[in-house]
Design a protein around this ligand. Structure first.
Ligand code: DQA
Length: 148
């Protein structure tokens, strides 16, 4: 069955609920994990929800995903704007990838307005808060069932 997905979160997202609530809202990382897990269960998806502050660990998660998961949902956080290594790892993953950002990166500082991964992912969602993760899970389920 094509139903295993990994949700990968980059640096500082573990501090959701504490950091910059004007950008990221009040939802905590634990609550985000819970709503994503519940939505995935509703849609018969098996998910792993991961976070790391370390670039190389994120690269390892993406590499490991090649043989373990059918899709990746990724909020690479600040590494979105800087990491060629994460881009290269994602480019090796030949299955659906959805990029998520809680805030609208195109409405923020200039250095955030460039994503190094947007042109190699299947699609992306930004600026819709934590709902972006839920929308990504729904879209991923359709992609995996070829219903998109
Ligand atoms: C973010 C946007 C990034 O620019 C920032 O570094 C983050 C979070 C978002 O979800 O809006 O940490 O990816």
């Amino acid at each position: 069955m094509n139903n295993k997905i990994i949700i990968i979160n980059g640096p500082n997202l573990n501090l959701l609920g504490e950091r910059e609530q004007s950008q990221y809202g009040s939802i905590t990382f634990e609550k985000l994990k819970e709503i994503c897990t519940n939505k995935s269960k509703d849609l018969d998806l098996i998910i792993e929800f991961m976070q790391s502050n370390v670039e190389g660990e994120l690269v390892n998660l993406i590499q490991d995903a090649i043989n373990k998961f059918d899709g990746i949902i990724i909020n690479a956080a600040a590494f979105t704007h800087t990491s060629v290594a994460i881009r290269d790892a994602l480019d090796i993953f030949k299955k659906p990838i959805i990029e998520v950002h809680i805030s609208n990166i195109y409405k923020r500082e200039e250095f955030r307005q460039k994503s190094l991964i947007s042109d190699i992912v299947t699609g992306g969602i930004f600026g819709l808060g934590a709902d972006g993760y839920i929308l990504a899970i729904i879209a991923m389920q359709k992609l995996l069932k070829n219903e998109n």
